[in-house]
Ligand binder design. Structure first.
Ligand SMILES: NC(=O)c1ccc[n+]([C@@H]2O[C@H](COP(=O)([O-])OP(=O)(O)OC[C@H]3O[C@@H](n4cnc5c(N)ncnc54)[C@H](O)[C@@H]3O)[C@@H](O)[C@H]2O)c1
Length: 355
């Protein structure tokens, strides 16, 4: 039995990992400041699975010190994960303190306690102008890559993609944390991996428009709330890959098994071309899965930091860990629907009542 500390342990990814590591028989400590709306509900879930809850904020190193005893592995899953936060400058300092300084406190804690680290990072580390400058072809329901370049092609975006350019404050804090963890890992011989995720979705996601978009899209259909195609001409043809939370959990369990081998390796983890949707395709799928249509408006202008197309090139992760996603986009959305249908009280508490 290992002791696993999960920071952000009452968030979507952290709570699903907490349940999975408890099933494996580990001692799990879920540390969270409960800042995400609805995280109290996920707290109940992780406690019911036998995890210990510690209320703490990673911006305060003393809060981490509340975790008693040896820690074998830290899963750093706490963040303000919205790409829109900080864009107008008002929340800039908060974003940096929360996502970068906070992560650094986690890595310091890991160094002192000799804990290995798995850091949940994001595809938002890739610069958006660089992605939007690639060649795309417009097809009936989506944009598709028409050219290839370093780290870019129909397989997806890979680790060789050029990293010059702006990426949003969210992306910048996550990339800076990745670099700091690699430095800690090498300097202090700390086993560590970086799991660089595309969009992750699935049951227990508290989806919002700016974070958890596919869950938000499905819930909006279930509750008959209007939606809008925003940006890239307002046609809903921009594409994201989506990874089922259970596929991500499988990967993290695999990384945990072999963590001793790694000193800061980056593992891309996304739905890839295998599991991707444009918003328009998401609408069709949501209509089919819920039997409901909602009013859809178009707002042609791009939102800041938005990207036209993203799918993850997972080849590095497949080669080194034998992992690839197994649940496609329809399975992801169907599982979210089934989860919400079997938890109507929870759905009302998290997402409110139908329009
Ligand atoms: N969900 C995705 O699609 C996705 C994609 C790529 C990367 N990620 C990364 O995965 C991680 C988890 O994301 P998620 O989707 O579970 O988000 P989430 O918002 O559901 O969970 C984050 C949790 O962290 C907690 N938290 C935030 N700031 C904190 C602080 N200062 N101290 C303690 N707790 C704090 C929140 O209360 C919340 O429970 C994040 O690091 C995010 O960058 C998520």
């Amino acid at each position: 039995m290992a002791t696993i500390l999960i920071t952000g342990g009452c968030g979507f990814i952290g709570s699903n990992l907490a349940v999975a590591f408890r099933k494996r028989g580990d001692r799990v400590v879920a540390l969270d400041n409960l800042s995400r709306k609805g995280s109290e509900i996920l707290k109940e879930r992780v406690e019911a699975a036998g995890a210990e809850f510690v209320r703490g904020d990673i911006r305060n190193p003393a809060d981490l010190e509340q975790v008693a005893g040896p820690v074998d592995l830290m899963l750093e899953c706490s963040a303000e994960p919205s790409v829109l936060v900080g864009l107008d400058g008002n929340d800039a300092e908060f974003m940096v303190q929360n996502n970068l300084v906070g992560s650094l406190h986690c890595f310091e804690f890991a160094r002192k306690r000799k804990a290995a680290v798995i850091f949940l990072s994001t595809s938002r580390v890739y610069p958006y102008d660089g992605l939007n400058r690639q060649e795309y072809r417009e097809e009936a329901t989506r944009f598709v890559p028409a050219g290839t370049g370093p780290g870019f092609g129909p397989e997806g975006v890979g680790l060789d993609f050029p990293m010059d350019g702006a990426r949003s404050l969210y992306g910048a804090t996550k990339l800076a944390s990745e670099i700091m963890l690699q430095e800690y890992s090498r300097q202090y011989d700390l086993p560590a991996v970086i799991t660089r995720c595309g969009v992750v979705a699935g049951p227990w996601q508290l989806g919002k428009q700016d974070q958890g978009v596919f869950t938000y899209w499905l819930v909006s259909h279930m509750l008959q709330r209007p939606l809008a195609y925003i940006g890239f001409g307002g046609q809903g043809k921009q594409v994201r890959d989506l990874l089922h939370i259970d596929d991500l959990v499988d990967l993290v369990l695999r990384q945990a098994e072999r963590i001793g081998e790694f000193r800061g390796a980056v593992f891309p983890a996304g739905g890839s071309a295998f599991s991707s949707l444009s918003l328009r395709e998401a609408t069709d799928l949501c209509q089919r899965l819920t039997g409901r249509a909602v009013p859809l408006s178009a707002r042609p202008d791009n939102r800041p930091a938005d990207v036209i197309w993203f799918a993850t090139d997972n080849r590095r992760t497949t080669e080194r860990l034998g992992w690839k996603p197994t649940r496609d986009a329809e399975t992801v959305l169907r599982d979210i629907r089934d989860w919400l249908q079997t938890h109507p009280d929870l759905m009302a508490a998290i997402f409110g009542k139908p329009a």
